[in-house]
Design a protein around this ligand. Structure first.
Ligand code: T46
Length: 138
């Protein structure tokens, strides 16, 4: 996991707002093939509860606030995403949950691969077994 500060351009007049941008393989460490977003979620709801075999992703809370829990099988790290100019890189072999800290927060995700359900590990015991056998150290 790594936090990225994305480039933000503020308009001279604050009422005109800000624009954030980043470029694949330059500002973030991979190229993305897929973009998705999650919205309409109530405060307190937790999504995720899975890891990926190969997928790399950048998570951005473009509106509101979320708490991301990342577990590498040995330790858990918690990151609050509450700034649209902050991205969290989540690599392979990380069990994650996303907790909504505010109603209607929007999670935007850039993913390195097309959707593939066979890349998901949705069973925590299976995840721990793969960590122990060194699946992500090969
Ligand atoms: C992740 C976190 C951050 C698709 O058909 N295509 C897609 O590209 C995606 C992302 C999902 N789906 C289907 C799979 C499920 O039937 O949409 C349904 C909801 O997906 P899921 O329950 O996995 O959603 P989250 O919010 O728990 O997890 C998602 C991503 O799936 C996951 O890769 O890392 O966001």
């Amino acid at each position: 996991m790594q936090e990225y500060s994305l480039t933000k351009k503020n308009a001279e007049n604050p009422e005109v707002g800000s624009l954030v941008f980043f470029e694949a393989n330059k500002d973030i460490p991979f190229a993305f093939k897929r973009v998705y977003y999650t919205y309409g979620v109530k405060e307190g709801i937790i999504r995720g509860h899975h890891a990926h075999k190969a997928l790399e992703q950048l998570l951005i809370c473009v509106y509101g606030a979320l708490e991301i829990m990342c577990d590498d099988g040995e330790k858990k790290e918690y990151t609050v995403l509450d700034d649209p100019a902050k991205g969290l890189y989540v690599g392979r072999g990380i069990w994650r949950t996303m907790k909504w800290l505010k109603d209607d927060s929007v999670l935007l995700v850039l993913a390195s691969e097309y959707y593939d359900e066979s890349d998901y590990i949705r069973d925590y015991d299976e995840f721990v077994r793969l960590v122990k056998e060194g699946y992500w150290k090969r």
